[in-house]
Design a protein around this ligand. Structure first.
Ligand code: PHE
Length: 342
């Protein structure tokens, strides 16, 4: 019996197999337990001798079982350790990280710069009624400026009596909304998307503008000039910028000026504030009395300056990007080239 069980214990290949051996030997119905049950029927002399032998047999098998069990669980643990081995010193696998689109980044930058100068952010819808987009800005229906805007018109089904709507062609309708919502005095910028039917190297059908207005009792073109120069110095991170104010015409400002910024292009490297090139970056002027009036502001008491700047344009200048269309193609290689994606 001893030989049989010592061998069985040694042969058990798993903890479950070993448990079977234990039950067969020492379990309630086990062979050794059964043998020990015969002690009761022996006479005292016999029982003394046989009892001692059986006890030592039971203890020996029990010890062998325990030893084997410890061995098997060590082996199982080792096996797990082997299979779950992990080299924590290996370098991590790089994961692609999302980044902020250059235009969004520029919007955040310019919002922060204007915030420092006391401008809050105002918003308006991209699908705009033609009253806000045109009429209130002194562009009546028959005005030629409506044609120049290459407007996208919203389709209206037969019987739809809502006023005509367009995709806003500029951020200027937000001037009207901000005045009507907040009253005067007022200092806000309105960055956002605008739409015109136009497509070439420097035009896309959707692009971005930031509108800016400051209305108070003694606002002049001088305030406009200072504000734009301060903005450009902060945005382009240069000490010196040169802006050129060209007399122009917009129905919603009088007088009006288009503003160009001086830059150089040496082998594709753009520099602001030097060189002999000019890029138009915005339209501006003193808010027309009719515009103030349309929004319920008394032009005899209040004046304001207004400007509308091309965000994509200043982003191209700041980051030296020659083709506007690439901004909106979501080409990761392009974004990486300009450092906008990992
Ligand atoms: N809305 C004009 C444009 O889109 C820009 C502008 C804004 C001009 C404000 C003057 C004042 O061209």
């Amino acid at each position: 019996l001893r030989g049989k069980y010592i061998q069985a214990v040694a042969g058990a290949a798993s903890e479950a197999g070993l448990e079977e051996v234990r039950l067969a030997a020492l379990g309630k119905k086990g062979e050794i337990s059964a043998l020990m049950a015969t002690l009761g029927k022996m006479d005292p002399e016999e029982r003394k001798a046989a009892g001692a032998a059986m006890n030592s047999l039971r203890d020996e098998i029990d010890a062998a079982l325990r030893a084997r069990k410890a061995g098997l669980s060590d082996a199982a643990l080792n096996e797990r350790l082997q299979s779950e081995w992990l080299d924590v010193t290996l370098p991590g696998r790089p994961r692609p990280r999302g980044t902020i689109h250059p235009v969004s980044q520029v919007m955040e930058e310019l919002t922060a710069i204007f915030a420092d100068m006391g401008f809050a952010v105002a918003e308006g819808p991209q699908v705009e009624s033609d009253w806000y987009n045109f009429d209130a800005l002194n562009i009546p229906p028959e005005h030629p400026a409506r044609q120049e805007h290459d407007t996208f018109f919203m389709h209206r089904a037969d019987g739809d009596n809502r006023p005509p709507h367009v995709l806003r062609t500029h951020t200027s309708p937000v001037q009207i909304r901000a005045m009507m919502d907040q009253g005067v005095p007022l200092r806000v910028i309105a960055p956002g998307r605008v739409y015109r039917m136009d497509m070439d190297q420097t035009h896309t059908p959707m692009f971005h503008q930031v509108e800016g207005i400051a209305i108070d009792r003694d606002i002049s073109m001088a305030n406009l000039k200072w504000t734009l120069e301060e903005f450009c110095r902060a945005f382009f991170e240069v000490d010196k910028v040169e802006l050129r104010f060209r007399a122009s015409h917009f129905p919603f400002t009088e007088p009006s000026a288009e503003v160009d910024i001086r830059y150089s292009n040496v082998g594709g490297q753009l520099r602001i504030g030097e060189g002999d090139k000019w890029m138009e970056i915005l339209g501006s002027g003193m808010m027309h009395p009719k515009v103030l009036q349309a929004a319920g502001v008394n032009p005899d008491e209040w004046q304001g300056f207004a400007f509308g700047m091309g965000i994509d344009r200043i982003a191209m200048l700041k980051y030296g990007i020659p083709d506007l269309r690439a901004f909106f193609e979501s080409d990761l290689r392009w974004l990486r080239h300009y450092g906008f994606a990992a």
